[in-house]
Design a protein around this ligand. Structure first.
Ligand code: NDP
Length: 460
């Protein structure tokens, strides 16, 4: 039997068109499982819309949007503290710059592959569009493992990486930021090297230190934004975070500030995790405990099990994830595919009413289907975690104007942006039965702006 790989020839129905399109995409991108997963999720909600709006179909917009503008692959050679010469691979996937310069984080983690960066870059296109700011989508990173490296090793690696990357980025071309394994320290080393190589002080990276062009609230923005998105989803049906019991996974940048804002909004966060396991603190991670946890993670770079030694109310569960704990709301904030179908079933059985994805693609396709079927309010990553890149966009604006806004000013803008993203999801997310599908809403709203720009440019 011949497998249909060309959606253009498919005249049957939308379901078959999705299969044909995905067969073609898988054939063109063999073995890139994360990329396939991200495109499948988007295609399932977009294809019916595209079939009803034939100009997008006739212009092959989805085919063009799933092919990155360009991919840069390069070697990063560096020397460790023992004098050994090391070589890593790095990438920058410049996915789509139809509505603004490329924008997206850099990830340093041993699991980084081209597939992971293509999924992240593809998602970034839709997410950046949803923010309403003029930003295209990109992602980059390296299979370098920062864990256990000294500051000097990190510095040498970042400097070496920038020797190649600086040719491909710029304040009006491509503006990288942080992601897993890339925080303030790494951005500072990369920005310092960029400035030196270019002999220009411009906002080509975001997430910079406050003394050299960084924006207040950027560090907090992704986690805060996820909490605000959840508040918007609950407010829409007359509910709120106040009084809710909450599970958060991860204990990195996104998780820590998600815990902070959920707590500020009256929720009780009872879990946090890292790749070694999770802690359950039924009394809640209070503001005081969070100060201690931030010191552990951000300064001492310690492990989550130390929380349970410090606070007797908590228990540590090795090599486990927090989704068995009974909660009202859940925020997966660690990494991709950290919440599968079984986890989703358990959360639903325990009565969860809302999920907001702080991490990128933390829920598998099966998990998403279970949440949607159970009518759980489900805020997908491209909407719920867009606060980070939105404040990166605000950092770019402040750099271009050579001014710095106050924390209140930036947070007020962040609140407005998250509210606006929620409104856009409502516009396109309503289903025939009156239910709200935020996945569909975010995918279509993010798509329309980019697609219309591409249509205006002609065949590019
Ligand atoms: P960090 O590196 O600061 O933290 C990542 C956290 O996730 C750590 O607690 C880490 O534990 C845990 N983690 C990483 N890999 C795994 C794994 N395989 N299994 C279990 N836990 C894991 O990254 P961020 O907080 O910045 O990013 C987290 C997620 O949010 C990512 O998906 C990222 O793409 C997304 N995101 C981040 C934004 C930002 O502004 N930073 C913006 C938008 C999305 P350990 O320390 O043990 O590795």
């Amino acid at each position: 039997m011949t497998i249909c790989t060309d959606e253009r020839n498919c005249t049957n129905d939308v379901k078959t068109a999705i299969d044909c399109f995905m067969n073609g995409l898988i054939k063109r991108n063999p073995g890139e499982l994360e990329f396939h997963q991200a495109v499948q999720e988007v295609t399932e909600s977009l294809m019916p819309f595209i079939w009803n709006n034939r100009h997008y179909k006739d212009s092959q917009i989805l085919e063009r949007m799933t092919e990155p503008d360009r991919i840069i692959i390069f070697r990063v050679s560096w020397e460790d503290d023992q004098g050994n010469i090391r070589a890593n691979r790095a990438w920058r996937v410049q996915f789509n710059n139809s509505i603004g310069p490329y924008k997206g984080g850099m990830r340093f983690h041993p699991t980084v592959t081209l597939s992971v960066l293509k999924f992240l870059g593809f998602e970034q296109v839709f997410k950046n569009s949803l923010t309403g700011l003029p930003m295209g989508g990109a992602k980059g990173g390296s299979n370098f493992n920062p864990k256990g490296k000294s500051d000097r090793e990190i510095m040498r690696f970042c400097q070496s990486l920038m020797i190649e990357l600086h040719r491909h980025i710029g304040e009006d071309t491509d503006v990288p930021a942080g992601d897993i394994g890339v925080g303030g320290r790494e951005i500072s080393y990369m920005f310092g090297q960029y400035k030196r190589l270019e002999n220009r002080f411009v906002g080509t990276l975001t997430g910079k230190g406050l003394a050299f062009g960084g924006s207040l609230i950027r560090t907090e923005a992704t986690g805060y934004g996820a909490a605000y998105f959840m508040e918007n989803m609950l407010n829409h049906t007359g509910d709120s975070i106040t009084g809710k019991t909450v599970a958060v996974s991860g204990s990195g940048n996104v998780a820590l500030y998600c815990i902070k804002k959920v707590t500020d909004l009256g929720g009780k966060v009872i879990t946090a995790s890292d790749s070694s396991g999770f802690i359950h603190d039924p009394e809640g991670i209070t503001a005081e405990k969070l100060v201690w946890l931030r010191e552990l993670k951000e300064v001492k770079r310690g492990r989550i099990h130390e929380y349970a030694k410090q606070f007797k109310s908590a228990e540590f569960y090795e090599a486990k994830r927090p989704w068995d704990v009974k909660v009202d709301l859940a925020f997966p904030c660690a990494t991709q595919n950290e919440l599968n179908g079984e986890d989703a079933k358990q959360l639903v059985a325990n009565g969860v009413i809302g999920i907001a994805e702080g991490a990128n693609m933390p829920s598998t396709l099966k998990a998403i289907r279970i949440f949607l079927h159970a009518k759980v309010r489900f805020g997908p990553a491209k909407a719920a975690n867009a606060g980070g890149v939105a404040v990166s966009g605000l950092e770019q604006s402040q750099n271009a104007m050579r001014i710095a806004w106050s924390a209140d000013e930036v947070e007020t803008r962040l609140i407005d942006i998250m509210k606006n993203i929620h409104t856009q999801c409502l516009r396109y997310g309503e289903c025939d039965d009156g239910q709200l599908d935020y996945v569909k809403g975010a995918n279509i709203a993010g798509f329309v702006k980019v697609a219309d720009a591409m249509m205006a440019y002609g065949i590019v």
